[in-house]
Design a binder for this molecule. Structure first.
Ligand code: HAM
Length: 420
């Protein structure tokens, strides 16, 4: 026999017995986004590599170390999507979505691909729910976007999540901060990892989210971005906090948050959970007021967040949140003898057409084995049709939980009426 082929490292199967958990979470994510006026956007799972190099930034871990990039048959460099924001902005520009007026508010639920070292909560294929809000510079937009996620947590029944926020300034104030960081890291140069040494000149802020423990330790004592904000950024941050206060949304200020992607400006935020272990961030986002321009559009402010579905599910499991299981088999119809085979096939088909979860045996089992199968399916009702029942045009329906029986005609309409 040939060897079994296994799934690639860092990927997961969602099995038939657990997909209802995904549907449940996705339905709450969709409903909440739509309650806030966001509409779904869908975009390709791969894009030209240049989109992420330019959008996400060529000094980020994502671009430098984690992208699944290949050359297609036409010689173009293609990358499997590592995140959704760059694609949304690409689509916003390519389809002139701004033409119908701003803001444009959209959400997505998509798989992403990053070649990271897999561990609990960190995969090479993972799923994100994200929202993007294009066209508003106002703190009310920051507060709205953060507010969406707090409602999602509430609706999923998730507790003990902390919201940390920060402001990382804009192109006006960032150079001063970069200069301060550069001179600080210069003094510790000999201890930094090779990647961070390379980042010193081009983008010293990237050193702040290096995963190496040594760099992390050095970064902990580095100058704090909040001390370098220009008046506009400081005011934006103050007003965003005031909006959150007005909405009763609790947060902490964490000046260490810089986020791992280059497009962020002003507000950045993360929702963290102690139920996640090392990968404690369940949701991250912020403003990206320069991204639309970077990708070739007119200056248009934007912001958003994305949350990992696998991490949401891990938290729900850790907190013992029960996800309601969908209804199982409503009625199992057993065929006794050859003559019943076709009438049972038709009845089951008609019931299914009418929206009833009906089942029958399709493996040629005897009656006893058929009833065992009905038990395994968790059928609420069962029915046996043999020569006698066919002759009389009626049969007994058995309530599998009480054992009680009642009679019914052998039509799909009658059976449905009897059991619903
Ligand atoms: P991100 O921080 O790279 O941001 O990812 C957001 C979330 O996706 C993380 O907090 C985590 O829940 C999940 N995630 C990321 N990488 C993995 C992984 N390897 N395995 C499992 N889950 C993962 C972004 O992607 C931005 N595009 C978010 C955004 C949208 N900012 C503005 N708009």
């Amino acid at each position: 026999m040939p060897d079994l082929i296994m799934k690639p490292k860092g990927t997961n199967d969602v099995l038939p017995g657990e997909s209802y958990r995904w549907h449940y979470i996705e339905s709450i994510l969709r409903k909440t986004a739509e309650d806030f006026g966001y509409r779904e956007i869908r975009f390709p799972a791969f894009e030209y590599t240049e989109l992420f190099v330019r959008g996400v930034g060529d000094t980020t871990d994502v671009v430098q170390k984690e992208m699944f990039t290949f050359t297609d048959r036409g010689g173009r460099s293609i990358t499997l999507r590592p995140e959704g924001t760059a694609s949304v902005v690409r689509s916003f520009l390519e389809n002139s979505l701004y033409g119908a007026g701003l803001p444009v508010k959209c959400y997505y639920i998509v798989p992403n691909f990053r070649g990271e070292q897999p561990q609990a909560g960190r995969y090479r294929e993972f799923h994100q729910f994200g929202v993007e809000y294009l066209g508003s510079p106002c703190p009310s937009a920051d507060a709205e976007v953060i507010g969406i996620y707090t409602v999602i947590l509430e609706r999923l029944g998730i507790k003990n999540i902390r919201l940390n926020i920060n402001s990382i300034g804009c192109p006006k104030c960032r150079p001063n901060y970069h200069a301060a960081l550069k001179s600080y890291f210069d003094s510790r140069k000999s201890e930094l990892c090779g990647t961070c040494l390379g980042r010193m000149e081009k983008n010293p802020m990237r050193i702040l989210d290096c995963k190496s423990p040594v760099c992390k330790k050095i970064a902990a004592d580095s100058p704090v971005v909040l001390d370098f904000l220009c008046d506009e950024c400081r005011e934006h941050f103050e007003n965003t906090k005031a909006m959150l206060d007005a909405m009763d949304i609790k947060y902490s200020i964490d000046p260490q948050i810089v986020r791992g992607l280059d497009y962020y400006t002003k507000t950045v935020f993360e929702f963290v959970s102690s139920d996640l272990g090392a990968q404690s961030t369940v949701c991250g986002g912020g403003r990206y007021d320069g991204l639309v321009e970077t990708l070739g559009g007119q200056p248009t402010p934007g912001l958003g967040f994305a949350s990992g579905l696998e991490r949401l599910m891990m938290i729900m499991d850790a907190q013992g949140i029960i996800i309601p299981e969908p209804g199982r088999c409503s009625i199992f119809i057993a065929a006794l003898g050859e003559k019943a085979d076709m009438p049972v096939q038709k009845l089951v088909h008609d019931l299914r057409r009418m929206g009833v979860q009906a089942e029958r045996d399709t493996a040629g089992r005897g009656l006893k084995a058929q009833m065992k199968y009905a038990d395994r399916l968790g059928a609420s009702y069962s029915m046996v049709i043999g020569d006698n029942e066919l002759g009389e045009g009626k049969a007994k329906i058995k309530d599998m939980s009480t054992g009680g029986q009642f009679e019914c005609l052998l039509t799909a309409e009658d059976i449905k009426k009897a059991i619903m």
